[in-house]
Design a protein around this ligand. Structure first.
Ligand SMILES: C[S@@+](CC[C@H](N)C(=O)[O-])C[C@H]1O[C@@H](n2cnc3c(N)ncnc32)[C@H](O)[C@@H]1O
Length: 217
């Protein structure tokens, strides 16, 4: 075993994708329909969806909360990992995205266990009960991540997981002059979560980088 990490290349990501559980026909159709409806194709990668589903299943999760539904792609991956009787609440600020996600989730195999709430994460998370959640997935406005993490610390039970997408700032993490306006917020958030003693967190190099932090008791 090498002491040095393997430098990851595009070839490694293709390899990971080819060796991960693939999306099924429903998820493929959902992605195609959302693109056709003009919804931006900014959903997570299938391998990241499979990874999140594994985490949900390993936790035996009853309650999962997502901020940033878009078309419902990651919501379906997450909800498929829930234990019987479990539920996912997914929060979406855009009425158009929320309506699309509702329509597609209603036709899915997880229709009965997903609630799409239209609203901003900042407004909805404060209404949820302390210690009631097994996993929180953040994938919305990056400027909101710090605030969402304060809520996640309150909502998650000990050992529950905080997962946060885009730790690699859309590939611009190391750019001297990133063009994406959200890149600085991501860098600030990364620095903050790394030293947040309430979570034991690492960045998993899947997709655009996915933080996984376990809530300490
Ligand atoms: C990257 S997309 C989410 C992708 C989705 N998680 C997936 O992988 O299928 C981000 C979404 O967050 C939504 N959003 C932006 N700001 C938000 C906020 N303050 N509260 C809730 N949703 C927000 C956007 O409208 C967009 O649909």
């Amino acid at each position: 075993m090498s002491a040095e990490p393997t430098p990851l290349t595009a070839q490694h990501y293709e390899y990971i994708a080819r060796h991960a559980p693939p999306e099924d026909g429903f998820l493929e159709a959902l992605r195609a329909a959302s693109r056709a409806a003009g919804i931006p194709a900014i959903q997570i990668q299938a391998a990241e969806g499979a990874f999140l589903q594994i985490l949900v299943r390993a936790l035996g999760a009853r309650r999962v909360v997502e901020v940033g539904t878009l078309a419902g792609y990651s919501a379906v991956w997450l909800a498929r990992g829930l234990r019987p009787g479990g539920s996912l609440l997914t929060i979406e600020a855009s009425p158009r995205h929320a309506a699309f996600a509702r329509e597609w989730i209603a036709r899915s195999d997880v229709a009965g266990c997903v609630e799409v709430v239209e609203g901003r994460g900042q407004a909805v998370l404060p209404t949820l009960e302390d210690g009631s959640v097994d996993l929180v997935f953040l994938d919305a406005d990056k400027a909101g991540y710090a605030d969402y993490t304060e809520h996640a610390a309150r909502l998650l039970r000990p050992g529950g997981l905080l997962c946060v997408d885009n730790a690699f700032a859309f590939g611009q993490l190391f750019d001297a002059h990133p063009t994406d306006p959200e890149a600085p917020a991501i860098r600030a958030f990364n620095a903050r979560l790394a030293r947040d003693a309430r979570f034991a967190s690492v960045i998993v190099p899947l997709g655009d980088g996915c933080w996984v932090g376990a809530r300490r008791p």
